[in-house]
Design a binder for this molecule. Structure first.
Ligand SMILES: C[S@@+](CC[C@H](N)C(=O)[O-])C[C@H]1O[C@@H](n2cnc3c(N)ncnc32)[C@H](O)[C@@H]1O
Length: 223
């Protein structure tokens, strides 16, 4: 039997998978800081406690990072998708205090020497990276009393730990690409954060405006 021909343009790595995310978008408006990805009146940038410096892990097109930069925050935004970084740079080249770095979040945290007053991730790298690898690195990069905050889809009660993602490019392929996301219920995230030295952990679910749909889990902690 001959080997299956790889699907044309199919991603073979996680960064390539994310290269395909939200193709052909216009520059977003960046009118508000958005934890949910939905038009809601939920919490905004105040969750971050008014930092002067912030690190965005997994910004994609960088709308939240741009909102903060416009408000005067010095923002560094790290994404491992070359396509997302190139697009974000083209969208926001008018903001001198916003830097997009093309790197894996873990590698960046290991190699960059700066401390940040806030580190956040909206449905971003924190959702897609083993927290036992990521959290100790984030703890080292937060200045004293700094805020770590992240959001992702509200997990179903039976979801715990790394879950294989489904959907386009990931299902029904001969040459498998596996992309994981870490789904924990709020209590479990809270335990994990405390185990890695974070304090003042707060978890909340922002309900979806769509009836019956899962909401967004938003978690904050202090370094
Ligand atoms: C679902 S998108 C979220 C984008 C954006 N934060 C938002 O709120 O719309 C996930 C992003 O995280 C990035 N990402 C995932 N894992 C990453 C990692 N280990 N290091 C850096 N970026 C990562 C992906 O490339 C992608 O751009």
């Amino acid at each position: 039997m001959s080997p299956a021909t790889p699907e044309h343009g199919a991603p073979t790595t996680a960064p390539q998978y994310w290269d395909k995310y939200r193709p052909q978008r216009q520059r977003p408006s960046a009118q508000r800081f958005d934890w949910t990805g939905l038009a809601d009146d939920g919490p905004g940038e105040e969750v971050l406690g008014g930092p002067k410096t912030a690190l965005d892990l997994g910004p994609a097109e960088g709308e939240n990072a741009a909102f903060l930069a416009r408000a005067g925050v010095e923002v560094t935004a790290v994404d491992f998708s070359a396509v997302q970084v190139e697009r974000a740079r083209s969208f926001w080249s008018d903001l001198p205090n916003l830097e997009f770095v093309h790197a894996d979040a873990l590698d960046f945290l290991d190699s960059d020497g700066r401390l940040f007053e806030a580190i956040y991730s909206t449905w971003g790298a924190v959702w897609f990276t083993d927290p036992d690898e990521l959290f100790p690195r984030i703890a080292k990069k937060l200045g004293a009393g700094g805020v770590f905050a992240f959001s992702h889809r509200e997990p179903s009660p039976d979801q715990y730990g790394p879950q294989r993602m489904g959907g386009a490019w990931l299902e029904g392929r001969e040459d498998e690409l596996i992309v994981l996301r870490w789904q924990h219920p709020p209590e479990q995230w809270s335990d994990l954060l405390k185990r890695h030295g974070f304090a003042a952990v707060r978890t909340r679910v922002i309900p979806s405006p769509e009836r019956g749909a899962l909401g967004t889990l938003l978690i904050t902690a202090k370094g």
